[in-house]
Design a protein around this ligand. Structure first.
Ligand code: ZN
Length: 549
């Protein structure tokens, strides 16, 4: 599988630095890039790359692959797109570190993620790394430490502000993860228990990360009416903790919030002008995806345990309170234009709910599979219920294991974020065991190349590839990947840009693209002529900026 010297001959080289394409050869030797441009060492095997682009393997800045790699080590959805490294553990969620509190937290959601229940978390990053290395994986993984786990380990599902002792216990967990090779800390400030954290707690934990050169990646506290305040919080953390910040899946959700990314992107520019390091990632779609409970249940209802949550949903009085607050939250999420601000809530709410019924599509459930792919509003009509009762009943019937896709972003905003010089590409691929995944899991990279580079010219090819490779490596202080240069690890992709076709749709998402011809992971031929070879030479990487990982 690994000839000693492999020559990719006569290619167009797009080297991951953002420099224009140039003609040349690339020589891979023993898992590393040996020569770029003009090569003179005699190869053992030659691959004709005339008319094709050779680039660094893509680094998926925003992945949830840590949940799927234990059961899906070949990671075909990603590797067939050209991804050679996934940054895992995003949005404050992940499979390590853990203790019984963390196991309990993930138990309910497990069926749609894994197709089974039970504890699947690892107590530490080292344990998780060994667990993946044993069967082997086809893609590299760069782990972040999920803040939700850290908080649950120390404080279970408590809404409280940590005491000094609790904060230092959490800092110790973060320090241990960093010392075991994590690339930073991630937060999910809309999910319990991570969302219970106030800014001071996040600064306290980020200081530990900053001292070890890691990043703070955040799913912001609000991506709608309070997006601007949420970006300000991330920038405040960058400033107070001295940490390099990554704004996860930068977007404005909800019709009335569209256009706010203009403001938030200029806040990112200002922060960098001040000497901070603040970047974003984006997936190239106008729909997001998350668990249904995050849309219809206020955060306090998650306190305690998932069993407690179910009890609250089942108790008539508490259910009523949950629905009333969820409606308030929905209204608060909508930033109304002046003309509508005087319209009474009782008129406004039905309009908003009608719209919500249209844009929210159930994509995975544990039991009632016939709901998958259907709009929540249609399901509600069929059940002769309103939207909230439908959502709450579904959560009860499925023991909260319901995930949904929400069509809530604007194409204009997606383009603005994509075109911003500090934006990288990430899939945010959520690996479902059953049901219909968001097409981003299979189609992010080909969609950028086909739709935003070739067709709409939002980015040049070299710029797009820079945001998929070199820029991500720079952010992660990954010195040996992300660019084509002698001495770098041979994570390499060979693509045919005019013929790249994204085949993943909302209706039929589980399709890999055309036009991604060869993929090499750590020098091993992992995709050959568009087919996964079964090679498993991926590694769980360690954040050691100066050494090879
Ligand atoms: Zn997220």
């Amino acid at each position: 599988m690994k000839p000693r010297r492999l020559l990719l001959k006569g290619a167009t080289l797009v080297d991951g630095t953002g420099l224009p394409p140039r003609q040349g050869d690339l020589l891979i030797e023993d898992g590393y890039i040996a020569q770029v441009g003009v090569t003179d060492l005699p190869p053992d095997e030659v691959v004709d790359c005339a008319g094709l682009v050779v680039a660094p393997g893509f680094i998926d800045m925003h992945s949830h692959g840590d949940f799927s790699l234990p059961r899906d080590p070949e990671a075909k959805a990603k590797v067939l797109q050209g991804v050679t490294t996934e940054v895992i553990g995003n949005c404050g969620l992940g499979l390590h570190p853990s203790n019984p509190h963390v196991d309990a937290m993930y138990e309910r959601i497990a069926p749609i993620v894994f197709g089974e229940s039970g504890a699947m978390c690892s107590p530490s990053l080292s344990h998780y790394r060994d667990r993946l290395h044993q069967p082997g994986i086809s893609v590299n993984a760069a782990p972040l430490i999920p803040h939700g786990n850290v908080r649950a380990m120390v404080m279970a599902m408590s809404e409280n502000i940590p005491t000094a002792t609790e904060l230092s216990a959490m800092q110790a967990v973060v320090a241990e993860g960093m010392d075991q090779g994590a690339f930073g800390l991630s937060t999910g400030l809309v999910y319990a228990p991570g969302a219970y954290a106030k800014t001071d707690e996040l600064v306290g934990l980020s200081q530990v990360v900053a001292a070890r050169g890691g990043i703070y990646a955040s799913h912001l506290r609000n991506e709608g009416s309070r997006l601007i305040e949420a970006v300000a919080e991330a920038i405040e953390i960058a400033e107070r903790a001295g940490v390099s910040v990554q704004i996860s899946h930068h977007k404005a959700a909800g019709h009335f919030n569209w256009g706010k990314v203009k403001t938030t992107l200029s806040m990112v520019d200002d922060a960098n002008m001040k000497g901070l390091s603040v970047h974003s990632d984006v997936y190239p779609y106008t729909a997001g995806s998350t668990v249904l409970s995050a849309m219809f249940v206020p955060l306090w209802a998650f306190e305690g345990s998932s069993q407690k949550l179910l009890e609250r949903l089942r108790d008539p009085a508490t259910r009523e309170k949950i629905i009333a607050e969820a409606k308030e939250q929905l209204l608060a999420y909508v930033d109304l234009p002046k003309v509508l601000s005087r319209v009474p809530k009782k008129w406004l709410l039905p309009m908003i709910l009608k719209k919500m019924g249209e844009v929210v599509v159930i994509n995975s459930v544990k039991n009632q599979r016939h709901y998958e792919g259907r709009r929540l509003g249609d399901i509600a009509r069929e059940r002769k219920q309103n939207l909230h009762d439908t959502a709450i009943d579904l959560l009860i019937e499925e023991e909260t294991a319901v995930s949904a896709i929400a069509h809530v972003m604007s194409e204009d905003d997606v383009r603005q974020v994509l075109a911003h010089p500090r934006t990288m590409i990430g899939t945010d691929g959520f690996p479902l065991k059953e049901g219909k995944a968001h097409p981003r899991t299979f189609g992010t990279y080909p969609r950028v190349l086909e739709h935003y580079v070739a067709r709409n010219k939002v980015l040049t090819l070299e710029d797009a590839i820079y945001r998929m490779t070199g820029l991500v490596a720079e952010k992660l202080s990954m010195t040996d990947r992300g660019v084509l240069r002698p001495g770098a690890v041979a994570d390499v992709v060979v693509i045919d840009p005019p013929n790249v076709r994204d085949k993943a749709t909302y209706k039929d998402p589980h399709n890999s693209p055309e036009g991604v011809i060869h993929v090499f992971v750590n020098g091993d031929w992992t995709v050959k002529s568009g087919v996964h070879t079964g090679a498993r030479s991926g590694k769980v990487l360690s954040h050691r900026p100066s050494a090879t990982s």
